[in-house]
Design a protein around this ligand. Sequence first.
Ligand code: ATP
Length: 289
Amino acid sequence: MPKTCFILNPKAGPSRRHDMPALIAQHFGAREADYEIRQTEYAGHAVELARTAAAEGFAVVAAVGGDGTVNEVGRGLLGTDAAMGIIPQGSGNGLARHLKVPLGLPAALRRLAAPAFSRMDVGVMNGHPFFCTAGLGFDAHVSQHFAQAGSRGLSTYLRVTLREYRRFRAVPVEVDLAGQHLATDCYVLAFANASQYGNNAYIAPLADLRDGQLDVCLIDALPAGRAFRVSLAMALGTLPQSKAAEYFRVPQARVQAAAPIGFHVDGDYLGHATEFEVELMPLALAVAV
Ligand SMILES: Nc1ncnc2c1ncn2[C@@H]1O[C@H](COP(=O)(O)OP(=O)(O)OP(=O)(O)O)[C@@H](O)[C@H]1O
């Protein structure tokens, strides 16, 4: 059993009443010398906790939370020898779902006690590492307004999405995709390292975490009929065949927008910008899943 540090985000996911230390002891084994549990105290804390755990020699540092926690733990582990584990406790759990980590807590803990080690690519947008997806446009706009909604959960997410759909307008962009030039409108421009946003919403079902490439999904406009087709195809994992989006596979991209446009990294809205540089660091992170 690899020496494991659990980094627990108490704010992630729908409110739960698990006694995590007891469950970890029960399912991970009673050998307390083999693991430690550290809880985050503020947003961003998991980056420091993960970096410290790696420096202390933990072989596995497990993010106990959703994609935001995974992003912070992953950032803390870049350039270290430790591998990232995931105990999915978030709302969307996109990377965990892509990696087929069991969503049930006992099964996830049992798997982590005897993990398979491998490596995965890491994306970077304007200097911000991402592990699952990053993007500009409507998805970032929804992340921004969801964060301000005051409540969380799927029903809030759907309500915010419908409300903002009526308000959001596409922005003209110039896109350079590893040398290929496009002048288009950006409703959504997603850079997918993993296949889904979370909750099995497949923005790029063919994305591969180990191919050294980002799957780029462009939606230039989203009138109502196309919005319906995109939503259905994302749920079914058939967006590339639906012709409602265009796809490219590249290791890097540049975007110049005609007006500031919101962007997100692993579902967290990070602000507005007019210039974007996106690249991939091949196999930059060790994972234990
Ligand atoms: N102790 C804390 N207090 C407040 N916020 C925290 C704390 N620890 C972490 N956070 C923040 O909580 C946010 C939400 O966490 P996370 O993304 O893991 O859960 P989620 O949003 O429910 O799941 P998902 O991203 O899979 O939908 C993260 O952006 C993280 O920075």
